[in-house]
Design a protein around this ligand. Sequence first.
Ligand SMILES: Nc1ncnc2c1ncn2[C@@H]1O[C@H](COP(=O)(O)OP(=O)(O)OP(=O)(O)O)[C@@H](O)[C@H]1O
Length: 186
Amino acid sequence: MSPKVILLFSGKRKSGKDFLTDHLQELLKDRCEILKISQPIKSHWARENNLNLNELLSDNEYKEQYRLDMIKWSEAMRDKDYGCFCKQACLNAADKPIWIVSDIRRKTDIQWFKETYKDIIKTIRICADDDTRRARGYQFKSGVDDVASECDLDDYTEWDLVINNGEGRQPLKEQLSSIISLISLS
Ligand SMILES: Nc1ncnc2c1ncn2[C@@H]1O[C@H](COP(=O)(O)OP(=O)(O)OP(=O)(O)O)[C@@H](O)[C@H]1O
């Protein structure tokens, strides 16, 4: 069984991608699976460099320490095959009707999913103002926040849904129901 709908989430650092997709998963329970494009990147990186994968996957200093090198390496891999990490993340995914991809970063990520899975794709951009992101621990880092992996989708305008998760945001329940309506429409 292949997925019936695939939700692609994008957002800048500390916009709340993990927060919202984790809550969405709590609602959808075993009907959904969270995929992370960063997972195959991190597991390859951890293997090559003898690092602890669990720490690399979690939200802490360890991850920040290696972010820059991982970005550079993954860019080189993507230059050779833009779908390589998307493909791997899908191969690792469980058979569920709803896939939630929580970390789309590139126009070519969207392109690959649309080419591969056609019209079951829905794209969602999570936004948050800089003050809110800073309050959540974001600090601008040159080489991380000013390169394609953070900025390529800044000028993408074809989102199926844009969610404000910064100041003036709707309550969580309403944020989630706007995502659910997107699923029911498909
Ligand atoms: N709507 C919200 N209400 C309360 N806390 C939130 C909300 N959104 C995000 N947060 C908190 O902000 C922090 C950053 O959020 P999260 O890790 O989801 O961001 P992210 O976009 O996945 O970041 P990164 O790209 O750096 O991994 C977390 O501690 C999270 O719990």
